[in-house]
Design a protein around this ligand. Sequence first.
Ligand SMILES: Nc1ncnc2c1ncn2[C@@H]1O[C@H](COP(=O)(O)OP(=O)(O)OP(=O)(O)O)[C@@H](O)[C@H]1O
Ligand SMILES: [Mg+2]
Length: 387
Amino acid sequence: MDHPTPPPPHDSSPAGDPAPRPDAPLTDQLLLTIMQEISRDAVLSLDPQGRITSWNQGAEELLGYPAAEVLGRHFDFMIPDDLKERGEVTRLIEETERKGFLRDYETRRITGQGKEVHVLLTRMRLLDSDGKLLGATAILRDITARKRMEDELVRARTLAGIGEFAARIAHEVKNPLTGISTALSVLRDTLETGHPHGELHDEIQRQIFRLDRIIDDLLTFARHRPVDRQQTDLVNLLTRVLSLVQDSGNLGNVKVIQYLDDEATVYVDPSMMEDVFFNLITNAADALRQEEQGELILAVKPGPRGVAVTITDNGPGIEDEVKDKIFDPFFTTKTRGTGLGLPISRKHIEAHGGWLRVLSAPHKRTTFEIFLPLDAIAASMTDNPVT
Ligand SMILES: Nc1ncnc2c1ncn2[C@@H]1O[C@H](COP(=O)(O)OP(=O)(O)OP(=O)(O)O)[C@@H](O)[C@H]1O
Ligand SMILES: [Mg+2]
């Protein structure tokens, strides 16, 4: 928080005008009324007990409560619980009383619809002509969009940092791992058939393959790989990946429903798309492991603006708090997961100019939706238009 230097006593303007203003209290109130009328920001006033005494149109819009619902209530109902626990209410009151005002304080508020908004708060003490405390006025400016952009920027920088770091580690680990694997094969060859250590060697080899796969995932995530576009039959690719997962036994007796009738030949990187389909179908298979009547629905829908592919399962669904993190690298809820499947998939799709998103709630179907826009697949349009 930026603590501004306190202004001179109350009879000077907040802008620092040193000239005394004998009519200051009246002007303050008049100013407040005008501000409330014209401001697109939320402008409200409070009595000395912190109860709301006025609430303008901007406040109705930003905070989502009509004036009638809030007049007379203590202002603390808008403050998120975590901030209340950290003493935000007392802090605001004390700081305003001590300095006379509080400027550009970044905080959060809860709207009538239960949403959280980021706001820039300016608060001023209101006194009457005898210097008696009338209460306070507060102006709240919506900075949610700016905060979101800042968070995205920090996230992008963090991801880039993680990527670089991961790539360096992966390079360092990959060579010795190859060495271990080769040495192990040599040792394995010296064992007679049926030797009790044979199984042990095989298990070590399996674990080495697993490590190797994790490192490959890390490198895929960290490296910038140019998109190598080729004419690709998306339906054919999707069914091939489906068979691969089925053959590995991961889908058990899950019922697979396919809406793949449409012709969808597109101009994409087939190996990237294969990674994406593999990750999404494997995730669905993992989610359906405990389900008695598991269903996997695959659909490819060419449309006027591009091709949509959806992969849906009727597994347990995803809680909101988890949903916020599933595209973060290394986030996993699985004991043997790496948490790179979805970030890699999103990266591949975005490299095609498309997007990957999830629709899910607990005990509801989970759908991962891929969209590849027309310009990303444009080269195929001339001979094979997507309608
Ligand atoms: N279809 C789904 N249903 C429920 N949860 C899912 C589904 N797909 C993904 N998730 C959640 O998202 C998390 C991240 O998925 P992601 O594919 O990135 O990593 P992972 O599957 O855990 O590990 P891996 O690196 O092996 O793919 C999963 O651990 C799981 O909690
Ligand atoms: Mg996965």
